[in-house]
Design a protein. Structure first.
Length: 250
C-alpha cells in the first residue's frame, strides 16, 4: 500500500483528503493542532495505518525535524500533498497589515518549499512519486484587496511548473490543483473569526466543499503511472473566474 503525506490535515480540505484516501493509502497527517490530528487518527486508524506529525509549515527547523523523525514503516513516501496554506485579511495593499502579508508568504510559499525539500529525499530514492500542490484561482488571476495572497498563489503555480521540469528525470509527477470558492475555515481565518463576514462570502451561491477537492486529488493520484495531470482548475457552477460570481437575488 502506498504512503501519502498530507499537510494541513487537521481541518478543511486536508482533513477531507485524508478521509477520502484512507481506504486505499497509508497516511501521514500533518498539522498544527495535535488534538485534531489525534481525533482524525483515531477515526481513520479503523481503515488504514496512520502516523501524525505536529508542526507549522512556517517553522523550517520543526518541519525537517518532524519529517526526519518518521518511523521506518512510514519513510517510503509515494505522494506528497502540499495543502497547508492561509489567507489573512482582505484589504488594499496600502492598508493591509504587514504581519498578515508575511504570514501568507511564509505559509503558502516558504512552507510549501520547506515541506517539499524535507520529503523529496525520501521520495527520490524510489525514482517514482507524486507531488500535489493545492493552489487557487487566485494564482491565475489577481483580484482587488487580495494582492499578496494572489502573489503567494502565483508562486505556488510557478513552483509547480518548475518542479515538474526539475523532477522529470527523477520520475516524479507534479500536479497543481487550483480551487475556486470552497467553504471551509478559509474565510473564517481571512476575516479573523468574524463569522458574519465569513458567511457573507458565500451568500446567494453554492460553493465547493472540501470533499469536492478531495475527490479531485484522489482522481489525480490514482491515474496510471504514465499519466500526469499537470494543472486542474475546479470551480463551483456559480463562479466563472476569481471575481465573477453569480449570486441569487444579486
Amino acid at each position: 500500500m502506498k504512503t501519502v503525506i498530507i499537510t494541513g490535515a487537521s481541518s478543511g480540505i486536508g482533513q477531507a483528503i485524508a478521509r477520502k484516501l484512507a481506504k486505499d493509502f497509508k497516511l501521514i497527517i500533518c498539522g498544527r493542532r495535535q488534538d485534531r490530528l489525534n481525533e482524525l487518527k483515531t477515526e481513520l486508524s479503523k481503515t488504514t495505518d496512520v502516523h501524525t506529525l505536529n508542526f507549522d509549515v512556517r517553522e523550517k527547523d520543526k518541519v525537517f525535524e518532524q519529517i526526519n523523525s518518521l518511523p521506518e514503516n512510514f519513510r517510503k513516501i509515494d505522494v506528497l500533498i502540499n495543502n497547508a496554506g492561509n489567507a489573512h485579511g482582505l484589504a488594499a495593499f496600502q492598508d493591509a497589515d504587514l504581519e498578515d502579508l508575511e504570514k501568507m508568504i511564509d505559509g503558502n510559499v516558504k512552507g510549501m518549499i520547506y515541506v517539499s525539500k524535507a520529503v523529496l529525499p525520501l521520495m527520490m530514492k524510489n525514482q517514482t512519486g507524486h507531488i500535489v500542490n493545492i493552489s487557487s484561482t487566485a494564482g491565475k488571476e489577481v483580484y482587488a484587496n487580495g494582492t499578496t495572497y494572489c502573489a503567494s498563489k502565483y508562486a505556488v503555480e510557478a513552483l509547480s511548473k518548475g518542479m515538474r521540469i526539475d523532477l522529470l528525470p527523477l520520475g516524479i509527477k507534479v500536479t497543481n490543483i487550483a480551487p475556486g470558492m470552497v467553504e471551509t475555515e478559509f474565510s473564517l481565518v481571512r476575516f479573523k473569526n468574524d463569522h458574519h463576514k465569513a458567511k457573507q462570502a458565500y451568500t446567494g451561491m453554492t460553493p465547493l466543499t472540501a470533499e469536492d477537492i478531495a475527490e479531485t486529488v484522489y482522481f489525480a493520484i490514482t491515474q496510471p503511472e504514465h499519466v500526469q495531470l499537470a494543472d486542474i482548475t475546479i470551480l463551483p457552477k456559480a463562479q466563472a473566474s476569481a471575481s465573477n460570481i453569480l449570486r441569487k437575488n444579486s
